[in-house]
Structure formats: structure tokens, C-alpha cells
Design a protein around this ligand. Structure first.
Ligand SMILES: [Zn+2]
Ligand SMILES: [Zn+2]
Length: 267
């Protein structure tokens, strides 16, 4: 048994070959629903039963309305959309409001809607078959969380979502029994620290400092780099803790995390 982590989108922007944040866990769980969802075939979209949103920003939710529309059928199985109460409220008010998009939270019938909203809180755990998801704290311009996914047999993945330096994130990661792969954002390079502080994204300097707090030794996968600044961010992280084996995600990687932690493959 193993945990499949397929990166569908990992860019801080758009352009040829760039897709915004989305991760497919096994074949039925999405974490965020950015433009990377657009590469899934119809039969893959139909298998998604759970979407875990980190926050309400457009680059993380943009393709959720399209996903709902693609799989919609009067007898379609529901999609459980998990997020902080503020995230779910923003979706209802600003997206599924009959103006921007039909309200799939009450279609086809209000008592049996396609989209079932499931509020979460930091540190909550959610059991889905042989996987356990844990809600991780994050610090961003809107209420935000990250998620970890642990296989019953031990393999574990964690994703920070969008966050700046957070005193709560690292103790939460250290509290996991183990961690094989950590996907963490570095939105802007050090020379754009002012903008990064305003937009509450990590810079390489902040991430270097915080990675020293991590007790686990996972592979580190950097995501959400702003297009045009990827090279600078990579160079500025070159001497960070855990740099050996650090991966800079493009958005087409597939990791298979083995239960005995002995193999992490990417393709
Ligand atoms: Zn954001
Ligand atoms: Zn973002």
C-alpha cells in the first residue's frame, strides 16, 4: 500500500506550462482546486469525492466551479468540500451565488446537493478510509490552513498552503509521527520582502530560518514561486537546511510514498 501524491499545479501564476495550486491524493481527494485541475480527464474528475481548500484565494479555488459543472448529473455522487468556515462562506457569497456560477450547494436538490460543505478547524483530523488528514495552521492575508495526509501504514505528506512564517506550523509538523514529503510555498524572492510581508508569503530567508525548526527529514518540495523569480528563489534557498534533495515543483510531478518510507519516487 502506498500514498499517491500527484502535483497538478504548483505555480504562483499562469503561462505556458504553468498551473496554479492543486494536488491529487490517490484518485479521490483534491487539495485545492487551482488551474491544474483542468488537466484531469472527465473520468478522473468523476472520481473526486473530497476537496480540501487551504483558503479562498482565486488561484486555489478557480477550477472548483468548473469541476462541479463537469461532473454534474442529477444522480452524481456528492463532492465534500472541506475548508475553514470563512473559506466556505466566501465560496457561497462570491462564487456559488447564481451570478458568478450556479449554486451547486443546493443543486440538484437542497437536501441532496452535489457540493456538501464541511467546515474544518486547525488541528482537526479527518479519517477517509486508510488515510488520515490533519488540518495544519497557516498565516496568510485571509484565514488559511495547510493539510497533512498520512497513510494508515505510515507514509505521510504535508502541504503548507499559502503562508508566511508561522510559529504554529512547525510544531504542528513536528507533532506528526513522521513526514516523507513536505510541499511548502516560497512565493517571492528575498529582494521582494516588502511585498511578501504584505501578501503574507514566505521568502527564502524566512523559510531558511524556519526549516531549521523541523525535526523530521522529509524531501522538501518548493511551490508557488512567482513566475520570473523562480531562479532567484532557487539560488536563495541553495544553502538552507534540508537543501539536499530539495525539489522545485513545476506541476507535473507524481510522488509515490511507500508505507515503509524506503521509497519516494517522483516522475
Ligand atoms: Zn493566497
Ligand atoms: Zn496562492
Amino acid at each position: 500500500m502506498s500514498l499517491s501524491v500527484r502535483i497538478l499545479g504548483a505555480s504562483g501564476g499562469i503561462g505556458p506550462g504553468r498551473r496554479t495550486t492543486s494536488i491529487l491524493i490517490d484518485d479521490d481527494i483534491l487539495i485545492d482546486a487551482g488551474s491544474g485541475v483542468g488537466d484531469l480527464r472527465l473520468e478522473q474528475l468523476r472520481r473526486i469525492r473530497h476537496v480540501f481548500l487551504t483558503h479562498s484565494h482565486l488561484d486555489h479555488i478557480a477550477f472548483l466551479p468548473m469541476l462541479a459543472d463537469m461532473v454534474y448529473h442529477p444522480d452524481a455522487a456528492p463532492i465534500h468540500v472541506h475548508g475553514l468556515p470563512a473559506t466556505l462562506q466566501a465560496l457561497c457569497e462570491h462564487v456559488f451565488n447564481w451570478v458568478i456560477w450556479p449554486d451547486f450547494t443546493c443543486l440538484p436538490r437542497p437536501d441532496q446537493p452535489l457540493i456538501r460543505l464541511e467546515p474544518v478547524q486547525p488541528e482537526q483530523t479527518i479519517h477517509l478510509g486508510h488515510r488520515v488528514l490533519r488540518v495544519l495552521p497557516a498565516r496568510h492575508t485571509v484565514p488559511a490552513v495547510g493539510y497533512s495526509v498520512s497513510h494508515r501504514d505510515g507514509a505521510a505528506f504535508a502541504f503548507s498552503g499559502d503562508t508566511t512564517s508561522s510559529r504554529q506550523l512547525w510544531p504542528a509538523l513536528n507533532a506528526l509521527p513522521n513526514l516523507d514529503l513536505l510541499m511548502i510555498e516560497t512565493g517571492l524572492p528575498d529582494e521582494m520582502k516588502g511585498m511578501a510581508d504584505l501578501a503574507k508569503h514566505y521568502t527564502p530567508q524566512h523559510l531558511r530560518e524556519d526549516l531549521a525548526l523541523l525535526k523530521h527529514r522529509p524531501r522538501i518540495a518548493i511551490t508557488h514561486c512567482k513566475p520570473g523569480h523562480e531562479r532567484a528563489i532557487r539560488q536563495q534557498l541553495a544553502h538552507s537546511p534540508h537543501h539536499a534533495g530539495m525539489i522545485f515543483l513545476h506541476g507535473n510531478e507524481h510522488f509515490v510514498l511507500d508505507a515503509d518510507h524506503s521509497r519516494t519516487t517522483a516522475s
